[in-house]
Design a protein around this ligand. Sequence first.
Ligand SMILES: [Fe+2]
Ligand SMILES: [Fe+2]
Length: 365
Amino acid sequence: MSSRLDGRFSGAEDYSEGATHYDVQNKRRASVVEEARKRRTAVVREADVVIEDSPLRRMRRGVYMGADGVRPTDVMATDLHEIPAGATSTIHRHSWDAVMWVTAGTGWTEINGVRVDWKPWDTVYIPAWSWHRHGNESAKDARYMSWSVGPMFEYFGLALLEDAGDEPFAQLPPPPKSAASNLLGDRLDPADPYARRLTRLLNSRVDTSDSRLHTAWDDVTPRVTKRGARSMFLVDESIGYRTSGLTAVMHELAPGRWQARHRHGGDAYLYVVKGHGHSDIDEDSYTWAEGDLIVVDHWCWHQHFNDDPEATTRLIRVHNADSIFDLMSTLLDPLPLLEEPPQLDGPDLTGFVWPDPLDGRPPTD
Ligand SMILES: [Fe+2]
Ligand SMILES: [Fe+2]
């Protein structure tokens, strides 16, 4: 008598075409990369970003990168937001964090009941799970860019968003705790592995609730880096922020100069605040101008050039390297995930006098 298990025990091969673990897994992995390659973008032009009304949020939005528009992403999303003169948005919160950078106008953002007033070129940080709303009490529309790690949370199935309309903050529920704080106190015996987990999660780095929230442009400190740009930290652990991994820095390139060539894993987005230039990304070259977003999406040699012979150009670089990239470095060790030529090819800046950081800022009233 034969059974369908005979082959399994006799050692007979059963490479059921396409159905084995090996086939299924390979096919799935190939399609992930194929899909990601189809989505590759080098520069999102400001002119291609459609600004739409969002009556639900009482604001307007233009999607640079993200599934709400035509360029879906896996890790970060980038949007332009407009708060009409006199408008106040609804209050909402989400499981991911985000960075805002004000391009024009004045306004405020209330974050967990704390009001942050902002003006052009200020940076505001929205911690994960914080209740936040925006307002504009002026007679002119206000605009800001945002970068969030919402897509990464969606990828992991952990993206949650709650909108509470006009509910005052005091009546809204607190964020979920990172550990069962009701079990704290003398019951946390380090000899108990469950107690050790609770303690660790309570002190977890992703508890962003004690983060700094605001970098006023008036307070930034510019420093020239070895790669040849003058850089200002906007959101970084070194200036008091605690994020899920998002960092933001402004890079300023001297007239006709560039930043040293390099490559790394992970996405990096560069928003062009001022000036024009081009980026060499592997074999190709892409021009860009004010309002565009340069997308360096992974492991390609890249170098950014300021094509203006007279004035500096300013770019805001945002990436999520401090979480996913660090993790990938560990997972892929000993593969290096950041490469630079043995000699950095930064420009000669001898004698160049950098402009006042306040030069070119839009009106602040
Ligand atoms: Fe938000
Ligand atoms: Fe880079």
